[in-house]
Design a protein around this ligand. Sequence first.
Ligand code: HPA
Length: 235
Amino acid sequence: MSTPHNRAQNGDFAKTVLMPGDPLRAKFIAENYLEDAVLVNDVRGMLGFTGYYKGKKVSTMGSGMGIPSISLYAHELYSFYGVENIIRVGTCGGYSKDVPVGGLILAQAACTNSAWTSNYGLPGTYAPISDFGLLTKAASAAKEMGLKASVGNILSSDPFYTPDGEAWKKWAAMGILGVEMESAGLFCTAAYLGKKALSILTVSDHFVLDQADMTADERQTTLDDMIRIALEIAE
Ligand code: HPA
């Protein structure tokens, strides 16, 4: 079997998939954290790998950027490859002074300015949320590793270059911790298909605090924290 965007065969993916936005990050995860990792997808360069972490079969695949991209790949993983859990590992812009650059966020829910949720034809507004089990496991794993992780609401924005340069302040006033571009689509897709999803994010740049963006080295270290949390909670 295969799909229009995935050449993997039945059984090639594990029950849990770690999804960074960048497919080269998926390659990095496979090469540095998984044993016996094999390439299972490379359609359109969206690299996917499956290997073993502490004896557990785990996969990792890029999601691309934006809600349509992650939703498409997540749909196929959940629907055609028997995947149960997708854990996004990504970066976000910081909206809260309590979570500085380098800080970790576990996304409890994801607001959005996208029309994506209207695709479900609901008679109201859907609130995309992560899976409570994955969320609490990630919070416990972070604590055990001695890492501070803030649990809360985020924004999944369609535009990266937002026409209204002040809009972020309204989200920040509602307690939104940070902005990225994928989680709401992932959470909707998981809910629609009866599956589980979580997003673990690192703040890479900040809207409130006057801090420099993360250096390449800092990105690597915090990426390591996110990956280790995700791998520890993989089922
Ligand atoms: N906006 C949207 N997505 C992001 C950002 C941002 O500032 N930083 C990292 N991902």
